[in-house]
Design a protein around this ligand. Structure first.
Ligand code: HEC
Length: 109
């Protein structure tokens, strides 16, 4: 009897996580793909203009931590001259932004 509530909590927690992650592809399309491309290569008009790094490249992925990826989305990215190249992402919650981190990690070839 005592294990039942705990099991239920686990199931609910797992559902919450997977629901969140399930939105990541749609959020990527909506908020990231216009610059980073569908596949993360950055082979887009904006990507070329901003000289975006290829997120499918393992060495590029190794240059930032999960925390930095989150900060990039949350606060934006500036170049060496302090010019904003990637604006802070608007309209997504912290949890939704966090769910994009494993998504973008999975773009690595
Ligand atoms: C306006 C174009 C634009 C959009 C939209 C955009 N980015 Fe970026 N992003 C950039 C540029 C420019 C850089 C900096 C150059 C680089 O590292 O490739 C960058 C860098 C990054 C980095 C590397 C950060 C670091 O510390 O090196 C990550 C991770 C990232 N973007 C993820 C995302 C995600 C996830 C989204 C969608 C939620 C997104 N970007 C939307 C342009 C964009």
């Amino acid at each position: 009897m005592t294990t039942t509530p705990r099991l239920l909590t686990l199931v609910l927690a797992a559902t919450a996580v997977s629901t969140c992650g399930a939105d990541a592809p749609a959020h990527w399309q909506e908020h990231c793909a216009k610059c980073h491309g569908d596949d993360g290569k950055g082979d887009t008009k904006m990507g070329k203009k901003l000289s975006i790094a290829d997120l499918t490249d393992a060495t590029v992925q190794a240059k930032f931590t999960d925390e930095q990826a989150f900060t990039a989305m949350k606060s934006g990215v500036t170049d060496a001259k302090g010019k904003t190249t990637m604006k802070a992402i608007e309209g997504l919650s912290d949890a939704q932004l966090k769910a994009l981190v494993p998504y973008l990690r999975a773009l690595k070839k």
